[in-house]
Ligand binder design. Structure first.
Ligand code: S5P
Length: 272
């Protein structure tokens, strides 16, 4: 993180992927670097939370497989809230992790049929480039478009994790960065889940979980840093906050607080 931060306005012009571009546009319009991890367990809780925190976020992240009453109709309602409040949805923090042929089927098949409604997905890089190829094939086939710059899905690579004792090494992270920066994937890979800035390519976005103003961790290995630390010291672009917001007494108020802190930190980091 030795290079100076490039303002989002400049990066916006360089980002080739439509989802990545749209996300940065929203961040600038709403002055927020906040993504809420809406890890609630029912669709009604999810919709209520999305409506409350919507004005303060650029992105809402969900784990659809922890919803006890998942149904596609609720996703339609969630999309309507995303339009109302102007945020994107990172619908499936599914962390694909298998060989290309399997993830292609997991992305486009099964009961979830993720490819038909998710804009942003993520995957581990452990299996090697085939995982990205498999997901990319599914995305291109779904849209029936062969022109790469028309892929309307954005993939994030997990280059680092927040949990204590995770097995990711600096070398693993470097290889993940090399995959993301590969010419072949530039229309599809929009960035990383990482603990901070891992690539100086301005078209790639960094999103960092394990962020809390109050807590230091949980009893299952999660570790937290503050918004200011991950943005100013670690150089990340988007903070991902779950329990710090949805478990607070007033999620809207907390979301506003994280939004303000994230944007202040971003502005401060421009002058670092
Ligand atoms: O390394 C990671 C990657 C992810 S995507 N560590 C994480 O915590 N996450 C996700 O971020 C996790 O699945 C959860 O949805 C969110 C953090 O939630 P919190 O309640 O600990 O803020």
């Amino acid at each position: 993180n030795h290079t100076k931060r490039i303002p989002f306005e400049k990066r916006l012009e360089l980002i080739p992927n439509k989802v990545g571009k749209r996300l940065v546009q929203i961040m600038l319009q709403k002055k927020t670097c906040l993504c809420v991890a809406a890890d609630v367990t029912t669709c009604s809780q999810l919709l209520q939370l999305a409506d409350h925190v919507g004005p303060f976020i650029c992105l809402l992240k969900t784990h659809v497989d922890i919803l006890t009453d998942f149904d596609k109709q609720s996703l339609v309602q969630l999309k309507a809230l995303a339009d109302k409040h102007n945020f994107l949805i990172f619908e499936v923090d599914r962390k694909f992790a298998d060989i290309g042929n399997t993830v292609k089927q997991q992305f486009s098949g099964g009961v979830y049929n993720i490819v038909s409604w998710a804009d942003i997905i993520n995957c581990h890089t452990l299996p090697g480039p085939g995982i990205i190829d498999g997901l990319k094939e599914a995305a291109i086939e779904y849209h029936g478009k062969k022109k790469e710059n028309e892929i309307y899905h954005g993939l994030l690579l997990l280059a680092e994790m927040s949990s204590e004792g995770n097995l990711i090494t600096p070398d693993y992270t470097r290889h993940s960065v090399a995959l993301a920066e590969h010419e072949k994937y530039k229309e599809f890979v929009i960035g990383f889940i990482s603990m901070g800035k891992v690539s100086s390519n301005p078209t790639l976005l960094h999103m960092t979980p394990g962020v809390s103003i109050q807590n230091k961790g949980d009893n299952l290995g999660q570790q937290y840093l503050t918004p200011e630390h991950v943005i100013c010291e670690k150089g990340t672009d988007v903070i991902i906050v779950g329990r710090g917001i949805y478990q607070s007494k007033d999620p809207a108020k907390s979301a506003k607080e994280y939004q303000d802190k994230s944007w202040e930190a971003y502005l401060k980091s421009l002058n670092n």
